[in-house]
Design a protein around this ligand. Structure first.
Ligand code: GLU
Length: 514
């Protein structure tokens, strides 16, 4: 039974890096026969909490289509799924370490701690708490930090992405397990929760690799079986990772026995997979807010489709071994594998995102697209009949790169466009024509259009071709001119279709008012 989790801290919005971690954990769970994907909120760093971010995280996951089976808002057999509601569990697990002589109260004042740090700095040495471990620490009463009594040693573990890693003993330290405010540290809490929630795969950002030595020391102290795990072995086993029965009651939710009552020495390590960083387009620094590390919901507001974001984010550092770049959710579930994630940083290419979004927009049926663009129509379109809007949408569909392009591409269908002479100035070919030449050409076009009896894309195209012959102009000049004067938009759908839908009367009127 595969159980993965996404464990964000509610300290702000979810950016692409966070969503990618969630997506990969989700995919690993979904591709397993009875895989379960858990959402857990890690809110033990009370000073960093941002009101509303829990709701925001949940909305982001749901919008992108990453649904979870257990979580703070839906419950599940291993709840609660918010760390601040699990304080009793951390105390229980901490007590086990105290009982074994592997955890102790930290008696120092902040001033004393600062003196130790200053001393290490003066000696140009890394500060290690264990060098100052008190000989006779007081009994822990919950008001001091509870520290881990570490033994420096080296560990070897397997990372599904980074390969086999041997850690250095130097960084092992007496890290804090429970802070003086009564909340556990992330370092301790995630180990307890992953165990109690029967998590088989820990998938997270590569910034946690440097803490792995200390995590492994804690796993060992808690009596885990330290044999390195690989995802492959995990799948082959095909049974509960703790070897105990996982029953299914009615619905989907498994019923699992409480872990910390089990005999020690049986708990296997989870599979670890640390994701490479997401880099800017040039690949020379970590993605920052300016190059795309923004709230994923902003991409939705900017007119990107959830399916684009899913495919794009999945391919940040992962491929299926072929040239395929665009994947549906179903394809990702089938094809994703942790060991095809690259080790080096993935580049965030906004142009690729835009291109991919155009692709997913073209793939939608007109009805689907119509539903999706509900909030993107220009103001003036709101009064227009649905059938007219649908006709326009059908014309615009293959030119839309984001849903946000809709007003710019279609506004002139609904209201008189404002004249914008910069469109001439920026058009290399039209720039060369004098206002007189333009008026003369438009006069010819108008007369020819007036004589048209039927007003369909075909008859208009016919007429346009004749106009090329009559005027001796190139399409690049004549058609651009007609397009600009009838739409005053930098982009518009195909000319014959556009004029047909605008109607003969509007077309002639706009040609006349140049
Ligand atoms: N709360 C941690 C974070 O937001 C989660 C790390 C993990 O997945 O273990 O980065």
């Amino acid at each position: 039974m595969i159980r993965t989790r996404f464990a964000p801290s509610p300290t702000g919005f979810l950016h692409v890096g966070g969503i990618r971690t969630a997506l990969f954990a989700f995919l690993v769970a979904r591709q397993a026969a009875e895989g379960v994907f858990v959402l857990r909120l890690e809110d033990t760093d009370r000073k960093r909490l941002v009101p509303g971010s829990k709701e925001h995280l949940i909305a982001s996951l749901k919008t992108i289509g990453i649904d979870y089976d257990e979580g703070p808002d839906i419950g599940g057999p291993c709840g609660p799924y918010i760390q601040s509601e699990r304080l009793d569990r951390y105390r229980k697990w901490a007590q086990k370490l105290i009982d074994k002589g592997l955890a102790y109260a930290d008696p120092y004042t902040p001033e004393q701690m600062q003196a130790f740090r200053d001393e290490a700095q003066a000696n140009k040495k890394a500060f290690l708490y264990r060098n100052h471990r008190p000989e006779n620490p007081p009994a822990w009463d919950g008001t001091q930090p509870l520290r881990f009594k570490s033994t420096p040693k080296s560990y070897t573990y397997h990372d599904e992405v980074m390969g086999d890693i041997t850690t250095s003993s130097d960084v092992i330290d007496d890290i804090i397990l429970i802070k003086s405010d009564g909340y556990p540290t992330y370092n301790f809490a995630h180990i307890v929760d992953d165990a109690e929630m029967h998590i088989t795969h820990v998938i997270r950002g590569q910034e946690f690799i440097s803490s792995m030595p200390n995590f492994l020391a804690i796993y060992e102290a808690l009596g885990f079986d330290m044999t390195p795990r690989t995802a492959h072995k995990q799948t082959e086993q095909g049974k509960g990772r703790h070897g105990h029965t996982v029953a299914t009651l009615g619905g989907k939710a498994p019923v699992v026995n409480s872990l910390h009552d089990q005999a020690e020495g049986l708990l296997p390590l989870p599979v670890f997979a640390h994701m490479p960083h997401i880099m800017n387009e040039q690949g020379n620094k970590k993605l920052g807010k300016r190059d795309g590390a923004k709230d994923v919901l902003d991409y939705i507001r900017d007119g990107y489709l959830p399916e684009t974001l899913m495919s794009f984010i999945a391919t940040l550092g992962w491929n299926d071994g072929t040239e395929q770049e665009i994947f549906t959710k179903q394809e990702l579930i089938e094809k994703f594998s942790l060991n095809r994630i690259q080790r080096s940083g993935a580049r965030f290419d906004e142009k690729r995102l835009l291109w991919m979004n155009g692709h997913f927009i073209r793939e939608l049926s007109l009805e689907e697209l119509y539903d999706r663009v509900e909030f993107f129509w220009p103001e003036a379109a709101k009064k227009a009949p649905e059938s007219y809007r649908k006709q326009i949408l059908a014309l615009a569909q293959d030119r839309l790169k984001t849903l946000r392009d809709l007003p710019g591409l279609t506004g002139f269908f609904f209201e008189e466009p404002a004249r914008d002479d910069s469109l001439f100035a920026t058009n290399k070919q039209l720039k060369k024509l004098s206002p007189e030449e333009i008026s003369h050409l438009l006069e010819i076009v108008k007369t020819k259009f007036e004589s048209l009896e039927t007003w369909t894309p075909e008859s208009i195209q016919d007429c346009l071709n004749q106009l090329l012959e009559i005027t001796g102009q190139k399409p690049g000049i004549l058609f651009s001119l007609i397009r600009i004067v009838t739409t005053w938009a930098p982009f518009s759908p195909q000319l014959d279709d556009t004029l047909a839908l605008l109607g003969k009367e509007t077309t002639l009127r706009r040609l006349a008012t140049y």
